[in-house]
Design a protein around this ligand. Sequence first.
Ligand SMILES: C[S@@+](CC[C@H](N)C(=O)[O-])C[C@H]1O[C@@H](n2cnc3c(N)ncnc32)[C@H](O)[C@@H]1O
Length: 287
Amino acid sequence: MQASGVWSLQPLADMSAAEFRDWQALLEDRTGVVVNEQRRAFLQTSLGARMRELGINDYGSYYRQVTDGPRGAVEWSNLLDRLTVQETRFFRHKPSFDLLERYLRQRVDEVGQSRPLALWSVGCSSGEEPYSLAMVTTQVMEAAGLAPLFGVTGTDISLNALGKAREARYAARKLDEFDAGLVARFFIAQDDGRYQVVPNLVERVCCARLNVLELAKAPMSGMDVIFCQNLLIYFRRWRRREILNRLAERLAPGGMLVVGVGEVVDWHHPALEPVADERVLAFTRKG
Ligand SMILES: C[S@@+](CC[C@H](N)C(=O)[O-])C[C@H]1O[C@@H](n2cnc3c(N)ncnc32)[C@H](O)[C@@H]1O
């Protein structure tokens, strides 16, 4: 026991150039996420931490384990959480949510209660974004005197993040900037100091695993709102454009796509019009 404890504290050897290229390619191939030379140390530390837990001391053996059939798939799923950035916040990038509110007021007027509004958070992480979408939509519908007839879909590649999103329980610090009314309306304080999203908001949000590289398999269509913020930034430019082209096809006529500011430049889609607001990057579908 003691010997293995001592061993586990030994630093791992540096990754060779060939090993770095293999891991880089695996991650990009499976997730789209690019680990460039500047993030090499991050890749090495993240892999190293997991390899120590498993008692593996060379990157090549671990690579073979991760790429080895169904057993590898389970390990890959564990590793993914260490290799992807899952940081998120409620109402992240306020101008996007201000735009959402304005857009929904108008959309609710047009659609009324003829059908449920459909919203989608692409790369939803632990749920803060889809619940933020649900809070804004609830408030807009309430203000219009309508029942909350809508659904939010949150999708992510990480099962661990999706588990947190489904649990819908957040540390108090996550709600620091909320006004008291919003907390009282949408959260229930728990004995452990965390805050649970109220059941009638949770039941409007459905979270599912989806790799954005496999959008062709996704059943979503006719979406009124798609949020895709802080995900494409990790991808190559050509891939960002491809993904946005696929997302544009999933919008309902008049639907709105919101992307993180600066995450794509010079992207146009024949069916979309840019929203004239320089604080946001958003497009609406014509017709
Ligand atoms: C930085 S978080 C952004 C969360 C949220 N959209 C926001 O703006 O706060 C990025 C999320 O994208 C997910 N992700 C990374 N690659 C993905 C892929 N290929 N398909 C789907 N989700 C992916 C990660 O697991 C992570 O939860």
